[in-house]
Design a protein around this ligand. Structure first.
Ligand code: SAH
Length: 333
């Protein structure tokens, strides 16, 4: 039975993928157990990467309708080079070795130069750290510059693979361009992560099956799905929150499709579902992000997900990792 499910998933049998996404109750528990077992027997075993995020700027070229960043008279901010290095030092001094640098999309060359300088300085100070960038769509030469500065990984989610829905949710971009950026990142030599959002307005189950298939078209090191959260600062503020079961099933199927990828158990799972993030760890996820990198006084201006977003501190993350029977590591790849 287990082999049959694994085969159907890896053969990208769309009818079966559709069926598995809708599993609930006992069948869902079996799907989860299978995903957990595949994670545990992957090269990662029971290890979980514990990383920190620094949200360095909320200035953004895009106007994604699900995102509240830089909208409604927000105070715009951008950390200076020195401030970024200071934040990295604080994180490194508490032992963190994987640092996610995230921001709105800002293609100005000055911004990219500054981040490149920060990456090379940080890696000079701490040669054993891993830097993950999540900065949106940039020119291929800018990706190359960032890669040359030593940053090892980049996350660029396609968000939804449906071209029409993509345009609706991300009016300043196209799916074609977003996918080209993902491929450029891979060609540049980054370890790349991508994925989608589950529960976007008008998104169908067919779209979600297609998204699963789309993740297999790239050579990925990381893959992720967040549950859609109606952000009060965004145009989708009145839309329905994403379905937790669908998101969990999607993540479990991702694990079966990508045994050797890092998959985060995101804070989006926790909103409205106590223990959602721990559940993520028990269905095959193996990455947790600590929200201790962004200066406290700026956090309120960085509106992704939700303003009452759950931003777990280190101890909470360590507790749920231990409760799930797993072991926190500085990095896994
Ligand atoms: N500007 C960067 C970073 C975006 S924020 C970029 O374009 O890549 C990081 C991720 O958060 C996004 O890729 C998206 O998948 C997720 N996200 C943003 N708003 C969300 C929401 N309201 N609900 C669920 N996920 C969301």
């Amino acid at each position: 039975m287990q082999e049959y499910i694994i085969q159907n998933i890896r053969n990208l049998n769309t009818a079966k993928l559709m069926e598995y996404l809708q599993y609930r109750g006992e069948k869902q528990a079996k799907l989860f157990a299978l995903a957990e077992q595949i994670r545990n027997t992957s090269s990662f075993g029971k290890k979980v990467e514990l990383r920190s995020v620094i949200e360095i700027s909320n200035i953004c070229n895009q106007k994604c309708r699900y995102c509240g960043m830089g909208k409604n008279n927000d105070i715009l901010y951008s950390l200076s080079k020195n401030e970024i290095i200071e934040r990295i030092k604080i994180l490194a001094n508490v032992g963190r070795r994987t640092i996610l640098i995230q921001s709105g999309e800002n293609t100005t060359q000055r911004f990219i130069d500054d981040i490149s300088t920060c990456c090379s300085e940080a890696l000079n100070l701490y040669p054993d750290i891993k830097i993950i960038l999540c900065l949106g769509n940039l020119k291929k030469e800018q990706y190359q510059q960032l890669r040359n500065s030593g940053a090892q990984r980049y996350i660029l989610k396609f968000e939804t693979g449906n071209p029409k829905l993509h345009k609706y949710c991300r009016p300043n971009d196209t799916i074609k361009n977003r996918l080209e950026c993902i491929q450029n990142l891979i060609d540049t030599g980054f370890q790349v992560g991508t994925g989608n959002i589950i529960g976007l307005p008008n998104q169908t189950l067919d779209d979600i099956v297609d998204d699963l298939i789309l993740t297999t078209k790239f050579k990925l090191s990381m893959v992720s799905a967040t549950k859609f959260i109606p952000n009060a600062n965004s145009e989708f503020k009145n839309n329905k929150i994403g379905d937790i079961n669908l998101t969990l099933n999607f993540n479990a199927i991702l694990r079966i499709l990508h045994p050797e990828c890092l998959i985060p158990s995101t804070s989006s799972l926790e909103l409205e579902n106590k223990n959602g993030q721990m559940t993520g760890l028990m269905i095959g996820c193996n990455t947790i992000t600590v929200h201790d990198g962004t200066p406290a006084n700026l956090k309120a201006n960085y509106h992704i997900y939700s303003d009452n977003r759950f931003t777990p501190a280190e101890q909470h993350c360590r507790n749920i990792i231990a409760k799930a029977g797993l072991v926190a590591e500085k990095y896994l790849i």
